[in-house]
Write a protein that binds this ligand. Sequence first.
Ligand SMILES: [Zn+2]
Length: 189
Amino acid sequence: MEKKFIVETSARHAHITRETLETLFGKGHELTNKKDLSQPGQFACEEKIEVVGPKGSLKMSILGPCRPDDQVEVSYTDARALGVTPPVHESGDIEGTPGVKLVGPCGEVEIAKGVIVAKRHIHMTPEDAEVLGVADKEIVSVKLDTARPTIFGDVVVRVSPKFALAMHIDTDECNAAAAFGKVYGEIVK
Ligand SMILES: [Zn+2]
């Protein structure tokens, strides 16, 4: 059985609530799907926003659909440019994280929290988990098969029937491992 999986790089992006969407882009605005992502139902949007921190600002895409909370996912290089020091958290875990200002063509929203550096993770279905011999929330190490082979520790396994098998790293991790193009990873114990 093939135990390798695709490794995808997530560039900085924002998840926003419907309320924030309407403040930034106007009442009744709907997100425009630019590209479907590997995870079913998730998509990159045409809409871009400016994220403003104490030191600088960065343009980034929105990932749809809308979520219950605003969340900005950046690399540490991005965080340095913004002037914030977010913790490494799993997506959705925004307690105790810094805030920033989100700016769109129709308005802006100051969020009190929501900036994270996403903890590297592998999405998979229960069937994938069985094949790979891992469980939801398990922490594993993954070796990336690149021109600059790299083993990443502290990778969290996330199991759901709604997921598709893929590992997600950020742009700093991508650069560190030269994980460009089609890259595969393998769990090492
Ligand atoms: Zn992910």
